[in-house]
Design a protein around this ligand. Structure first.
Ligand code: DC
Length: 430
């Protein structure tokens, strides 16, 4: 997979970090603060009592440093020789010496390599001075942000920081190796008169103009469907059902931009008719896993249903076996459809749902996609077996992505029921 890099460059206190962090959260990228890497090395040099101006001594010490760059959620992390420099990165002595250390070519060489490594693993929004010019010169997504020096100075003092931004800017712009400059292809954004929201809005529209794949509110890695061909028997059912739904019922999908198309996801839908499982299966171009009544697994069904990735479920009593199978499938990376109500609706209304779905969601810890079907109860009403040319609409809701803390809070029978109720409320709200 190719990952995208957004490069944000600009002088000190121009608002790079705030913008990069917000974009990371909004677009699902990892935010890498390259300044923090130069600051971390400066911290190590100072703590070893090396003179930052002695570039030979800095280079020698750098050669022995074990720098480990990682991530915690959407933010980058850095450790040096098992020490954590993070709490000290904005100390005045680091502000005063980081420009000197970062002008040393060997320092830049080592850190640029680590910065590029991020892109081997994930999408990144990286901020610094030379990201668009040196680190990722080929990325089409480049923003240079700037603000009046007076505005930048007051931002720093508002943060309670002792820093001379002009002095640092002069040093960062005049050094020979990778000086601060507007990279080729970068769009300049002046943030002097903008609020944080205004900056983010302007940046998103610049990225759109540069062709960044913005998929609604979903991170790109969730909205890009992988190219995994269906097995022929699955494809046959998918094709036949899809074509007939579109012709007979004028199938309409609303909220497609919310659809998570890659990786494991628990799709939770209301249940109206036998048409529902292939209806949901048709939202995607890759295979997924379904539940089917145990009684269907006989005759040809015994062969066919497993081909369509159906897991047998006992509708008459709580079926822990199938719940466990679903959790396992989700952990293996599958997309699974569940009907929290268990049975099809009798009156078109959404019924009650038991704790099972909440348990699956809490134990698997995958995103939950609420989906609501309209009109399938008219197209093939329960108990009649008669098909009517009624219009079917499927509404896809924004995914519910639970943080580790939230996941922990949904435990035990009551917790599972609370999560089921949350999922059902999301379906009803569609
Ligand atoms: O963005 P910041 O203020 O945290 O950066 C601290 C210093 O690090 C900055 O004055 C120059 C240096 N730096 C650099 O040389 N290249 C980068 N890509 C990022 C920061």
């Amino acid at each position: 997979m190719t990952y995208h890099a957004i490069a944000i460059d600009g002088p000190a206190a121009s608002g790079k970090s705030t913008l990069a962090r917000t974009l990371a959260e909004k677009l699902g990228l990892v935010m890498v603060n390259s300044g923090a890497m130069y600051r971390a090395v400066t911290w190590k040099i100072l703590s070893e009592k090396i003179d930052p101006k002695d570039s030979a001594a800095v280079a020698e010490s750098l050669g022995k440093m074990n720098i480990v760059c990682g991530r915690d959620g959407v933010l980058s992390t850095i450790r040096i020789d098992d020490g954590d420099p993070t709490p000290f990165l904005r100390n005045p002595e680091i502000n005063a010496n980081v420009s000197t250390v970062s002008a040393i070519p060997q320092v830049r060489e080592k850190l640029v390599r680590l910065q590029r490594d991020y892109l081997q693993r994930t999408h990144v929004v990286m901020e610094g001075r030379d990201i668009g010019s040196v680190v990722f010169p080929n990325t089409p997504f480049k923003i240079y942000i700037d603000a009046d020096p007076s505005v930048r100075n007051s931002r720093r003092s508002d943060d309670g920081e002792e820093d001379s931004v002009e002095k640092r800017d002069a040093a960062d712009s005049s050094r020979t190796t990778a000086p601060l400059k507007v990279a080729d292809g970068a769009t300049v954004l002046d943030t002097s008169k903008l609020t944080v929201e205004g900056v983010v809005e302007a940046a998103v529209s610049i990225l759109k103009g540069q062709g960044f794949p913005l998929h609604g509110t979903l991170p790109p890695e969730l909205s890009e469907e992988p190219h995994i061909p269906m097995r022929w028997i699955y494809w046959l059912g998918w094709m036949a059902f899809g074509a007939s739904y579109r012709t007979l019922f004028g199938l309409r999908i609303i909220g497609d931009e919310n659809l998570i198309k890659s990786g494991p996801v628990l799709v939770a839908s209301n249940h109206q008719s036998f048409l529902d499982p292939p209806l949901i299966g048709n939202l995607y171009k890759t295979e997924m896993v379904f539940f089917a009544r145990k009684t269907l697994f006989k005759g040809i069904g015994k062969w066919l249903y497993p081909q369509w990735n159906a897991i047998p479920v006992d509708q008459d009593r709580p079926d822990m076996g199938s719940i466990k199978t679903v959790i396992r499938k989700l952990k293996q990376g599958w997309r699974v459809l569940v009907f929290p109500e268990g049975a099809r609706t009798l009156d078109g209304k959404i019924g009650e749902a038991a704790a099972g779905v909440g348990m699956i969601a809490a134990k698997a810890g995958v995103p939950i996609q609420p989906v609501r079907i309209f009109g399938a109860d008219k197209a093939l009403p329960r108990g009649t077996g008669k098909v009517t040319l009624a219009r079917i609409t499927v509404k896809v809701g924004k995914p519910i992505i639970l943080s580790p803390e939230e996941l922990k809070s949904y435990s035990g029978k009551e917790g599972y029921q609370a999560l089921t109720d949350r999922i059902m409320d999301a379906i009803k709200a569609l």
